[in-house]
Write a protein that binds this ligand. Sequence first.
Ligand code: DOR
Length: 444
Amino acid sequence: MADTYDLVIKGGTLVNHSGIGKADIGVRGGKIAGIGNIDSADAGETIDVTGLHVLPGVVDSQVHFREPGAEHKETLAAGSRAAVLGGVTAVFEMPNTDPLTTNAGALADKVARGRAGMFCDFAFYVGATRENIAELPELERLEGSAGIKVFIGSSTGNLLVDDEESLSQVIAAINRRAAFHSEDEARLIERKAVRREGDPTSHTEWRDPEAAMISTKQLLRLAHEHGKRVHVLHISTGEEMRLLAAHKDVASVELTPQHLTLLADEAYGVLGNKAQMNPPLRDAAHQEALWWGLDQGIVDVLGSDHAPHTLEEKAQTYPASPSGMPGVQTLVPIMLDHVNKGRLTLERFVDLTSHGPQRIFGMACKGRIACGYDADFTIVDMKAERTIDDDWIASVCGWTPFAGRTVSAWPKGTVIRGRRVMWEDEILGKAGGEPVRFLEALSA
Ligand code: DOR
């Protein structure tokens, strides 16, 4: 007797650990139940994806969705709508909200809000402070926790662990891989006078490569000292990339699409303060070194560092203007355009956005197209020429640094646990997000 499925995704080109090839996927109970040649007569629903590529669901492991506390910039509902419109099936959200996500109550509140109103699956980072170090081992294992996030240098919000003693205690306390914003606070404070009023190009001079390097060296030293795993977010300099290559036992590495795509001088010229972010955009030599790190396999994941601020906020005179730019909705089209231009393969894109997050964060049953895994798919048209514009952006902030850019590939559909949540730029059905589960906290 033939197997029966709730859903068959038929006629597509699958990209998974086996390579790239034509195969249908059968889904039962929200899980992948068969891969191969599957007859749609055995399915409740069939999605014809002839001519399209089916990728494992894209995970964006760094977003700031601002809820609670700054809903005028972003909300969990709007940010997750942006995610699924952009082909993203799960996000890891950052703790610099108000209140900060630094205790069990604040995390549980976010998880409840996520269940009630998010369109994609989710996990929330818990912020480390000097006060909650003793609780970190518990906090990193709670339901919906993506692990611990540490700001070694200050950015938006007031989460900061900038003294070596506290940082060392945090790293000693963690058991899961923890994520770090790595810029040296003392150097940032010392060099504040480098900033020129009204001139965002001085942002890149102020937060210089040395600030990132001092902090990343310290972080790696402490990771070795305590035998702990550290995830270094949004690497922006060639020096760090070369250093990180020598520490792959303890360190995983994230790059953002914007550091791979935008160059500081050009971007400040066109975008002004919209191009201001931490760590800053840099020059072509650094960007080439980031691509080198991606080619060499030093880089583990892409994260968008989706960090929305309103146009009014961004219009303030630098340095009063806040740092950060939205990106969860544009990660897939921007990076697939790089695929079509030959800068990375489609297999490497999948490695960075699904297999990589699965491998380094230990997501349970996510990040692979394999039987028994969640039926999360990012279905893409590798031949769709489209121009990104602000009107397409679902974020509360309503803008993207990539407005006006024509790309050669587009997310056509987003399927999460067997539910089609986006098709051809339309969101289907109600919010149905669930917490991502992790191998190191299966009892959560
Ligand atoms: O530019 C940034 N903005 N970098 C960060 O690390 C934080 C983010 C934000 O939350 O606005």
